[in-house]
Design a protein around this ligand. Structure first.
Ligand code: MV4
Length: 467
């Protein structure tokens, strides 16, 4: 966001809490101001503090980012009331989409299909929280006799998590794929879509790998899904960037899931295949400008993949691994984009999301993008915290993944077999062992310098390992 502003000739103001005063965004912005303690409720979720900093620094607009208040209609309204431009949709469009049952009704009213409601279709079914989203508070019910207790539990969970016990029941789709359409809407009634992203490689509803285009979607399906997404956005008076999520079944039928009324973490894959800087468009739209292009001008070129590099231990059930990044070396080369919030010496605070960087690679086709990503991941070096790099690398080598057979089951199948030392590391370890034997026999003298290079292999998992 700071980069897009700078290219547009706009000055930037960052905010920070006690936990991230040294963070990269603080150093990159033209100025930075504290907003309070590490706990989000008293800083990043404080509408008053954010609006106060914006007014005090003479800012014109606020970009809400991806998390925290980005989908909060009260925040959008507070910005407007304070004379600030909110770089996002109108509060009314956010509200229309926040209750998932209301959003479903809008969709089905426009003939955009959603998964059938349970009483019409039988079992198994999914219970979902009306004010939830992103899979939080979802519950699978296989047969009718489980329904009563499942409903009670789901309602209690929804009250605890969202302050609202409303739930709805959908037909369960087995092994669905998650495909979402990026849209852009200006304040003059033009809505275009930028094609789809596929985000089927998830774990506990956290995305690990996203790509554009989806290997499942052809031009005809893209047109149908894109038109459905644009209709939906237009119907709720949507303005700015947004994403309409769909589930897709084995017969390539798509079903409306929900709309994300914000910029998403995975937006760069769409930027890579369309050549459109989505944040730059957000700034233009928020300034009241017209979109400078129409649907016919949007074309997709090649393929892009994003891998999320989180400070988590994939060998210990993805346990967060906060700490200090002591060594960090990101890959480079053509068509490799490293969107990172960290550099060497950066802290990964335990208070926030563990996302450290997003690595995005483009290729002339999907195979080229995968090959480039595999090379780039091999080049990535993160020391001091554990990272998801080993599991990402493993997924990229999986035959189902390379064939485009993306499913929810893919990770479940890979994870049990995931070991800290992959084949490559074992090879290095064997060479190291041979060299050690060689040295003991007096034929090689490792210098007195700190660990000889060939010792690397003696530390399986060094890529994500602690120094
Ligand atoms: C579903 C489903 C099966 N049937 N809905 C919704 C939010 C997303 N994070 C998970 N969601 C699902 N909704 C019905 N009616 C299965 C999932 C689901 C899923 C969907 C796509 C890709 C990965 C997934 C992993 C677990 C569950």
């Amino acid at each position: 966001m700071i980069r897009a502003c700078r290219e547009a000739g706009l000055a930037t103001v960052a905010v920070f809490s006690d936990a991230d005063r040294e963070a990269l965004h603080v150093r990159m912005a033209d100025e930075a101001h504290p907003i309070g303690p590490a706990e989000p409720a008293a800083s990043y979720l404080s509408i008053d503090r954010l609006v106060h900093v914006a007014k005090a620094t003479g800012a014109d607009a606020i970009h809400p980012g991806y998390g925290f208040l980005s989908e909060n209609p009260q925040f959008a309204e507070a910005c407007l009331a304070a004379g600030l431009t909110f770089i996002g949709p109108p509060a009314s469009a956010m509200r229309a989409m926040s209750d998932k049952t209301a959003a479903r009704r809008v969709a089905t009213g426009l003939k955009v299909p959603a998964a059938r409601l349970a009483r019409e279709v039988g079992y198994p079914v999914m219970i979902k929280a009306a004010m939830g989203g992103g899979g939080k508070g979802m519950r699978l019910v296989r047969e009718e006799r489980e329904l009563g207790s499942a409903l009670r539990l789901a309602r209690a969970e929804a009250v605890a998590a969202f302050g609202n016990g409303a739930v709805y029941i959908e037909r369960y789709l087995a092994e669905p794929r998650h495909i979402e359409i990026q849209i852009l809407a200006d304040a003059h009634g033009t809505v275009v879509h930028l094609g789809e992203r596929e985000c089927s490689i998830q774990r506990r509803h956290q995305k690990l790998i996203e790509e554009a285009p989806s290997p499942l979607v052809d031009e005809a399906m893209r047109t149908r899904m894109g038109e459905a997404a644009c209709r939906l956005a237009a119907a709720v008076g949507y303005v700015n960037a947004g994403t309409v999520e769909f589930l897709v079944d084995g017969d390539r039928n798509f079903y409306f899931l929900e709309m994300n009324t914000r910029l998403q973490v995975e937006h760069p894959v769409t930027e890579m295949v369309t050549g459109i800087d989505i944040v730059r468009e957000q700034l233009r739209i928020a300034a009241g400008e017209r979109l400078g292009f129409g649907q016919a001008d949007v074309c997709l070129r090649g393929a892009a993949i994003e891998c999320r590099i989180n400070a988590e231990d994939p060998f210990a059930d993805f346990l967060p691994s906060p700490g200090t990044i002591t060594r960090l070396s990101a890959p480079g080369g053509p068509w490799v984009r490293n969107d990172s919030g960290a550099d060497e010496g950066s802290a990964v605070p335990r208070f926030y999301d563990t996302l450290v960087a997003k690595l995005i690679c483009w290729g002339a086709d999907r195979e080229a993008a995968i090959g480039r990503m595999a090379r780039a991941l091999d080049e990535y070096r993160v020391v001091g915290v554990r990272s998801t790099i080993p599991v990402l690398r493993r997924v990229l080598a999986d035959p189902d993944f390379t064939a485009g057979r993306l499913s929810t089951g893919l990770l479940d199948r890979i994870l049990p077999g995931l070991r800290p030392a992959s084949g490559r590391h074992r090879t290095i370890a064997l060479i190291a062992a041979a060299l050690t034997a060689h040295a003991r026999a007096g034929r090689l003298q490792p210098g007195p310098a700190s660990p000889p290079a060939w010792r690397l292999g003696a530390r399986p998992g060094w890529r994500g390992g602690r120094a």
